[in-house]
Design a protein around this ligand. Structure first.
Ligand code: TRP
Length: 328
């Protein structure tokens, strides 16, 4: 996954994105099954069903990041708007149901809002809702994968481009990818800046519970990757023959999610047959946890100038405002 943010060009249609994505999914899943490190990009979680399950994760009692970040954003919305300034061109990376941006819109009053999301169906519904709720706000949804090339409409004159990247999605990249993403964002947002949310290092028991909820929604979300392969790629995964494994890898500072094969089994996918040993773990996602200093260093390394940081009283989660370099 090589994040590369591209300059203005015509909008891609949702159909293009989906076709390209299907070929990518097959290839990436075949590669993951065939050989170590048996890992696949988390972007394939987000079909309509995956996006729906993800929204449910965000409401789980054990999953503290969403409600904590929402509280930080809503309690500090006026302060955030003072730092950023009103009238920006607001671009959200991975907008999903566009729910967090709603906490900012009243104070931040952007000229336009451009939500980018890989799940175009999900995105269009949310964008239409948002326009109904905020008459006068121009919403331009962009269906695409913000971790690879995507196209934005031309920047607005006199409206600095501000990125919004909540949800600690930065933590779902490897450290090298995170740096690359931020470098690309710094270029794309020159003259403006980036507001992003990042989860903080804490008691591993709290982390463990957040990714192993009692209702099994996170497990269903992880397993949906295989169900999706059955639906879209005609694979024959026996979804019940895998279990959801999520644990904190303290040395790496991250939660890891895997799909573990319960038994020796064979899977047909794209005309090939894959033999999976009992215990084979398909690595589906990392979720890195950060320190405030670590995040600051990362931002500086990417070319940003860190400004204000907002956290909750228990220091569970953090929201950062970074200024991008001026335009050359
Ligand atoms: N980025 C968030 C996190 O890592 C949300 C998220 C992404 C997530 N994928 C997930 C949460 C899978 C639970 C399970 O926490």
């Amino acid at each position: 996954m090589i994040p590369a943010l591209l300059a203005p060009a015509p909008l891609r249609t949702a159909v293009d994105v989906e076709t390209a994505d299907e070929a990518g999914f097959l290839q990436d899943l075949q590669r993951a099954l065939a050989a170590p490190p048996h890992s696949i990009s988390p972007k394939y979680f987000y079909d309509a069903e995956g996006s729906r399950l993800f929204d449910r994760i965000c409401e789980l009692p054990e999953y503290y990041p969403t409600r904590t970040e929402r509280a930080i954003l809503s309690e500090n919305a006026a302060d955030i708007a003072r730092e950023i300034g009103t009238g920006c061109d607001l671009v959200e990376f991975g907008a999903g149901s566009c729910s967090k941006v709603r906490l900012l819109l009243g104070d931040l009053r952007p000229r336009r809002y451009l939500p980018i999301d890989i799940s175009s169906e999900h995105l269009e519904v949310s964008a239409a809702e948002l326009e109904r709720e905020h008459p006068g706000l121009l919403v331009l949804p962009v269906a695409g994968d913000y971790t690879s090339t995507f196209h934005l409409p031309p920047a607005l004159a006199g409206a600095p481009r501000v990125g919004f990247f909540p949800g600690s999605t930065i933590g779902n990249f490897t450290p090298a990818e995170a740096l690359q993403f931020l470098r690309g964002a710094a270029r794309m947002l020159s003259g403006g800046g980036l507001l992003f949310g990042a989860d903080l290092v804490k008691d591993p028991a709290v982390l463990h519970a957040a990714y192993n909820d009692a209702q099994g929604v996170t497990a269903a979300f992880n397993l949906n990757l295989l169900a999706r392969a059955n639906r879209e790629l005609g694979a024959d995964f026996d979804v019940d023959a895998f279990w959801h494994s999520a644990f904190y890898n303290a040395a790496a500072g991250r939660i890891e999610m895997h799909l573990v094969s319960r038994r020796h089994q064979r899977v047909a996918l794209g005309g090939e047959c894959y033999e999976l040993d009992e215990g084979l773990a398909l690595h589906t996602e990392n979720s890195y946890k950060f320190t405030l200093d670590g995040l600051r260093r990362l931002a500086v390394q990417a070319g940003f100038r860190p400004q204000a940081v907002w956290t909750d009283p228990d220091r569970l989660f953090s929201v950062h405002w970074l200024r991008a370099p001026e335009r050359e």
